[in-house]
Design a protein around this ligand. Structure first.
Ligand code: MN
Ligand code: MN
Length: 462
């Protein structure tokens, strides 16, 4: 055997995904990514994502699931959990005691939430105080344009949607950083202390209310503007969920346009892949489910997180329609827990182990395990499970790579995989490699986004 053949036979293929793309895939990749970018641009919070996903599904024949309804193969149903999570299913030809195929991803992203009583005036400036949500590097969130988005439930019970800073012509908010001229002491602090949590205050106004001689005239003027637009008062912030998120449009990155930049790609890049794949399949053999969930960034707790029994309730509803026990269904189900992974960054090479890192354009990353400090907090998928999925990918022509998040003991991270596995569901982590994860402007590669979709579809269609 020639050496060249031997290399091909024995060595792991680490070539760029572009050298392995099948004919026609390049065009399909661009089309897919156009759809992804548009969705990411318009669905920037879990609430927006859930409602827009439901609308998209409705347009493609999905109907709200009503417990007690009958279900036939090919039926498409969905449910929205409290406006913040969405579960969709396409009923398979096999009954549910053969198990379901679940694609799970999360639609919440790190951000700055407003405190319950956020409006403050000091020294002539009105600011909105925040409490950050998820793992952010605080210094990244200053001196960038931010939009304010969310809901306020007024004293009269009315729920008002707030959006300021998204529409062209809207004003934006920002947290001004310190000027370098006076930043000497700040610059000597460890990076994580350069900006403290209590400094994440959004600049909201500077013009005092006219013809008034009381205190807090700037705050009064800002509240008057909010009252005029939304009919809300300062007390209404007590029953509100408002967040500041980057006011940055999604766009192509790189002179070759090979990458996508935007906020919240963790984990909406995987959530969109799961949603789109579910919309694109016919009647599957096993029932296919896309579970797009909230609260992953803060531990998957809460009624809309993956630890909530809301998922079990939905699945139990499907099972009861077929006189199947939920436990029997779960025991034979498979879940692809789709969450982004860290892409190797040559600028920070020291935190990666090059032989086991995932790379941009290497395809969707498969994580046998995640976790930190000795795989702690991980759902370590079995060799048998990885072997099974590997064959599915090879058959379907999915370009994929094995991905480990950084060097051993360098840090680490978790996903919702363990909460699925706790339900007696075989679970494997997979996801798109991301640069600058959790930053206001995350970067993915188009090829990897498309392969995340192809991997999800291959699993649904297996
Ligand atoms: Mn994530
Ligand atoms: Mn995350």
């Amino acid at each position: 055997m020639k050496q060249e053949e031997l290399r091909k036979q024995l060595l792991l293929d680490r070539s760029s995904g572009y050298d392995r793309l099948a004919p026609g895939e390049l065009e399909r990749m661009e089309t897919y990514c156009d759809g992804y970018k548009a969705f990411l641009n318009s669905a920037r919070t879990e609430r927006e994502w859930a409602s827009q996903a439901a609308a998209l599904a409705e347009a493609e024949g999905f109907r709200p699931f009503v417990p007690g309804q009958t279900l036939a193969p090919g039926d498409k149903v969905y449910t929205v959990n409290r406006g913040k999570a969405v579960t969709l299913a396409v009923i398979g030809s096999d009954p549910l005691d053969h198990g379901a195929v679940i694609g799970a991803a999360h639609i919440d992203s790190p951000r700055l939430d407003l405190k319950p009583s956020p409006v403050t005036e000091q020294d002539g400036l009105c600011t909105l105080k925040t409490h950050y949500y998820g793992g952010i590097r605080k210094y990244q969130w200053v001196s960038i344009p931010l939009e304010l988005v969310g809901v306020v439930v007024r004293a009269d019970g009315e729920r008002v949607n707030v959006s300021i800073g998204r529409d062209p012509g809207d004003p934006v908010l920002t947290i001004p950083d310190l000027l370098p001229h006076l930043g000497d002491k700040q610059s000597k602090k460890p990076l994580y202390q350069g900006i403290e949590g209590e400094q994440l205050n959004l600049l909201a106004g500077s013009r005092p209310y006219p013809d008034d001689d009381g205190s807090d005239r700037v705050k009064l003027a800002v509240l008057a503007l909010l009252h005029e637009k939304y009919g809300i008062t300062e007390a209404d912030f007590l029953s509100a969920e408002l967040s500041a998120i980057p006011a940055l449009p999604v766009g192509d990155v790189g002179l070759d346009r090979s990458m996508i930049g935007g906020y919240g790609q963790d984990d909406r890049v995987c959530a969109y892949a799961a949603l789109r794949a579910l919309l694109d399949i016919g009647t599957p053999r096993r029932t296919c489910v896309a579970m797009l969930v909230d609260k992953e960034e803060v531990g998957s707790m809460g009624v809309t997180g993956m630890q909530s029994q809301a998922f079990d309730t939905f699945m139990d509803g499907l099972c009861r329609a077929q006189n199947v026990s939920l436990r029997d269904c779960f025991a034979r189900s498979f879940c692809l827990s789709a969450d982004v992974t860290a892409a190797y960054d040559p600028n920070f090479a020291e935190v990666f182990e090059r032989g086991n890192a995932s790379y941009l354009n290497g395809g969707v990353g498969i994580c046998k395990y995640t976790g930190s400090r000795g795989k702690s907090g991980s759902s370590d998928a079995s060799a048998e499970l990885v072997g099974c999925i590997r064959r599915i990918f090879e058959r379907a022509g999915v370009i994929w790579q094995m991905a480990e998040l950084g060097k051993v003991d360098e840090g680490g991270g978790g996903t919702i995989a363990l909460y699925m596995a706790n339900r007696d569901i075989d679970t494997l982590d997979a996801g798109t490699p991301v640069l600058a994860m959790h930053s206001p402007y995350e970067v993915t590669a188009k090829l990897d986004c498309y392969m995340t979709y192809r991997c999800m579809k291959a699993v649904f269609e297996a």
